[in-house]
Design a protein around this ligand. Structure first.
Ligand SMILES: Cc1ncc(COP(=O)(O)O)c(C=O)c1O
Length: 441
């Protein structure tokens, strides 16, 4: 008697998941409509055997590439020993030592969590405990996660209809030069937006500022790169108010911008707290805050168990974080991102020349943002058009956050050059296919 097993089809799997799923998940899941089977470095295969170049990487999670052999080996070894946390472990001690060795000496204290949002919440709690004050300044267009406290820091419409939020949160303009809030030009502007932020704090705050939290490059807002010296100005602003400077490096960290951490691009900057996540453990949920030594001593934050969480820093997360950092350092992937970023910059200049609907297009390392606009009105391209572009890219075998007018690309830092070229060429093909449609708008 033969037993034939019928594997569920792509359609069956999607239908089954949708039947049980609470709405509100990542929009790209349904737009792509694929069932992922496996992934290696910068390539992903779906269940029907179609292969894609991955410029999405789970929103910048796979900096070392999918299924890196050293990562797999260390993770499976740890899994077979112990996955559950709380006690001291050799692997976490080695991770702390290796991470601390990459950071300025004063950033010596690390605490691990599971998600970026959770680490942001902890950073805010730390700032409040350390300063005894409660107000937090964040930025227009800034994004720090979707838990209630993190969402209160968001500077945009994502938080609409989700309140009320914890009090004391102020949003001030960011140095988004292409869309300057003051309609000035850099560098003649002298970064007037920082003065405006200061005025806004003077007028809106009750004089109890605990922290300024900022993304060194705004990821969710479209990979918006502020001008040189901006973070230094924010350091001074925070100092004037006796507030901590928290750098949210959840998306910029671990080599994405061509340095291990984005704040390294500005040698004059000394943050009090750095928030890490996403690429930290290459897909195993892990995040962290790293703080200036001694900041929380004797405060409510430091009470035993006050900052602990169930999965934070467990042996599996620690092994994944350690393996990731080792690969990043051994293979010099931040340097590689910097090098590859140069060829990306050239390509983006060519796009701005050739395609009238490409507006701001900029990159730092392999953190790449491309804004699409109606050439006649200079308004963002409508969703209907950008979603067609997304489909054009899917058809050409590229996965990318290209479904709205601010395209964000996060290829692995380990992407082979020819795969990067292939993906960028697919963009050019998709742009050319969409050009007649856009010109008829
Ligand atoms: C800068 C930044 N901070 C925090 C978060 C939240 O991280 P998570 O989704 O892991 O909670 C994100 C997520 O996109 C982010 O980009």
């Amino acid at each position: 008697m033969s037993h034939s097993v019928t594997l569920p089809s792509t359609k069956d799997i999607i239908e089954l998941e949708r039947r049980h799923r609470l709405p509100g998940g990542q929009s790209m899941t349904d737009l792509a409509g694929i069932v992922v089977d496996r992934a290696v470095n910068a390539e992903v295969w779906d269940r029907d055997g179609k292969r894609y170049i991955d410029f999405f990487t789970g929103v910048g999670v796979s900096n070392i590439g999918h299924s890196h052999p050293a990562f797999l080996e260390q993770l499976t070894t740890q899994l077979s020993r112990c996955a559950v946390g709380t006690f001291y472990t050799d692997v976490r001690s080695r991770y702390f030592a290796l991470l601390a060795a990459q950071l300025p000496e004063q950033l010596g204290e690390i605490h691990m969590f599971s998600t970026g949002s959770e680490a942001v919440e902890a950073a805010v709690k730390l700032a409040r405990a350390a300063t005894g004050k409660h107000e937090i300044v964040s930025f227009w267009g800034g994004f720090h996660g979707k838990t209630q406290g993190a969402l209160s820091l968001h500077g945009g419409p994502r938080k609409h209809r989700s309140g009320p939020f914890p009090p004391g949160s102020h949003q001030v303009p960011y140095a988004d030069c292409y869309h300057c809030p003051l309609q000035l030009e850099h560098p003649e502007c002298g970064q007037r937006c920082v003065d405006l932020a200061e005025q806004s704090i003077e007028n809106g705050s009750v004089g109890d500022l605990a922290a300024v939290i900022v993304e060194p490059v705004q990821g969710t807002n479209g990979n918006i790169i502020p001008p040189e010296g901006y973070l230094r100005r924010l350091r001074q602003l925070a100092d004037r108010h006796g507030a901590l400077l928290i750098l949210d490096e959840v998306i910029t960290g671990f080599g994405r911008t061509g340095a291990l951490f984005a704040f390294e691009h500005d040698p004059g900057i000394a943050p009090d707290v750095v928030v890490l996540g996403k690429a930290m453990a290459s897909g195993v949920p892990a995040s962290a805050i790293v703080s200036r030594s001694g900041l929380v001593e004797g405060t409510s934050f430091a009470v035993p168990s006050a900052a602990a969480s169930t999965f934070g820093g467990n042996p599996l997360a620690s092994a994944a974080s350690l393996a990731t950092l080792r690969v990043l350092l051994d293979e010099r992937l931040p340097e590689r991102a910097h090098e590859l970023g140069k060829s990306v910059s050239d390509r983006l200049s060519a796009w701005r020349e050739e395609f009238p609907f490409v507006g701001n297009a900029d990159n730092i390392g392999l953190m790449i943002g491309v804004e699409l606009m109606d050439p006649a009105t200079r308004l963002p391209l409508p969703k209907g058009i950008t979603r067609r572009l997304f489909q054009e890219l899917m058809a050409r075998g590229v996965l990318a956050m290209a479904y709205d007018s601010r395209i964000r690309l996060y290829p692995p830092l380990s992407i082979p050059t020819h795969h990067l070229e292939e993906g960028m060429a697919a963009f050019e093909g998709a742009f050319r296919a969409m050009a007649p449609v856009i010109s008829r708008l």
